[in-house]
Design a protein around this ligand. Structure first.
Ligand SMILES: C=C(O[C@H]1C=CC=C(C(=O)O)[C@@H]1O)C(=O)O
Length: 421
């Protein structure tokens, strides 16, 4: 089917205090940080690439996006990141996942950045009659508070520790140097739940992370997979974790112990190298600090390294994702060997967990995080409830202790458990 021709218009408006009021309660599209960002309203068109059709998927998605944008007529009076034609994207972790990798193009985008607000309308040529009657996004009052459930999934606590032992055995034989092993929690949210409440709670509880909600995956990620803006590329690499301490001295000790831990620095090094190697061919003057810093989140400390470089080959954010994903922060090293171990020891399909999530613009710029600290919400209710699944993982290297890794996944689940259950 030929790509529809899109007519796009961005105009400046007063910044909206709560962007989420404009999102769809049952299927919010959102990308937020520190009170700014964008929400999408309605769906104008979408691109879905599934494993059965294409392999690899990211270039297929990038091609379809370029095709969609090539013909679009864009009138952008604001010219900020996220204005003009954009799509919200969520890609699967594994090329073999049964889930689709998707880009969703909303009918309207409402955004705020640097104190400036805008509204973008996206219409399909020849389908003006279908355009929303009011011609503007509508604010929708929040629905009632709700509570969901989350409990053990396919890998319970013992099962997870066994999976970690299997990964350690693969590392001992030299099959892989690092493997990120995840476990799952399954549960439900009530049919008709206003999912914007979940996004709102996550975004306000974890303001320094990317709060996202795209096509059913909702979470708060501290890890920037890649941003591309006017030729500048950045990433924030995370790997190595400690729970926050119960009081100030214990907390300072947790951060210091993480910064000095040979095992965590080893785990972190794998992740940084995978990002530097992937970006090297696409950038000049690629820079990363020599030592990681400790990043403070409400639930954990992470070892973090910021990376920046200038784009040398005109790659789009999707091209860079193709080069980067999956990084050693979510798969391991070497990538293919680590993926094989993951497929063997994890008895579930990760879907979009640990996959790229973010937005892409018509010029190829965009902001993408790794979909961590998240829950995946099924599109349909079953018997009055909507099934959900959450995942959290930990990087396993030689010397990792299964019990500590289990504890680490518990603290990584905290944002989602606190917000849902
Ligand atoms: C795989 C996850 O976290 C990654 C990101 C930061 C720290 C990590 C770690 O210390 O293991 C993981 O690499 C997750 O949150 O599910």
């Amino acid at each position: 089917m030929p790509a529809p021709r899109l007519h796009v218009h961005t105009r400046e408006v007063d910044p909206m205090p709560d962007l989420l009021e404009f999102a769809d309660p049952g299927a919010p599209l959102a990308w937020l940080r520190r009170g700014e960002g964008m929400v999408g309203c309605g769906i104008r068109t979408r691109i879905d690439i599934s494993a059965a059709e294409h392999e690899p998927r990211t270039p297929a998605l990038a091609r379809a996006w370029t095709l969609l944008c090539a013909d679009a007529v864009v009138d952008d009076e604001v010219d900020l990141p996220g204005t003009g034609l954009i799509g919200f994207g969520a890609l699967t972790f594994d090329e073999r996942s049964a889930a689709a990798s998707s880009i969703v193009v909303p009918a309207f985008v409402v955004g705020t950045r640097g104190g400036r607000g805008w509204v973008t309308s996206i219409q399909i040529e020849g389908a003006e009659a279908e355009a929303d009657a009011a011609g503007a996004p509508q604010s929708i009052p929040y629905g009632p508070h709700w509570a969901g459930t989350l409990g053990p999934g396919a890998l319970d606590a013992d099962g997870y520790q066994n999976a970690v032992r299997q990964a350690l055995a693969a590392i001992a034989t030299g099959e892989a140097g690092k493997v990120v092993v995840a476990r799952d929690l399954v549960g439900t949210v009530p049919e008709g739940a206003d999912l914007r409440r979940l996004v709102h709670e996550l975004a306000t509880g974890y303001p320094d992370t990317w709060a996202y909600s795209v096509d059913g995956i909702i979470g708060v990620s501290p890890e920037t997979l890649v941003t591309a803006r006017h030729g500048l590329v950045t990433a924030r690499v995370l790997a190595g974790t400690r729970p926050r301490g119960a009081d100030a001295p214990e907390d300072a000790e947790a951060s210091a112990a993480l910064a000095a831990s040979a095992k965590d620095l080893d785990e972190h090094g794998y992740a940084v190298h995978s990002v530097l190697d992937a970006l090297a061919g696409h950038t000049t003057t690629l820079r990363a600090s020599e030592q990681p810093f400790t990043l403070e989140l409400p639930n954990v400390w992470h070892l973090a390294t910021d990376v920046a470089g200038e784009l040398s080959d005109g790659s789009s954010a999707l091209d860079l994702i193709q080069a980067l994903h999956p990084t050693a922060a979510v798969a391991g090293t070497p990538t293919e060997a680590a993926l094989e171990v993951i497929r063997r020891v994890e008895p579930f399909d990760r879907g979009r967990y640990a996959g790229p999530v973010g937005w892409i613009g018509a010029d190829g710029d965009g902001e993408w995080a790794i979909a961590l600290r998240c829950v995946q919400v099924e599109p349909e209710a079953v018997g009055g409830v909507i099934p959900v699944v959450a995942h959290a993982g930990a990087g396993i290297v030689a010397g990792s202790d299964p019990e500590s890794e289990l504890l680490e996944t518990r603290v990584k689940f905290r944002p989602i458990i606190d917000a849902i259950a």
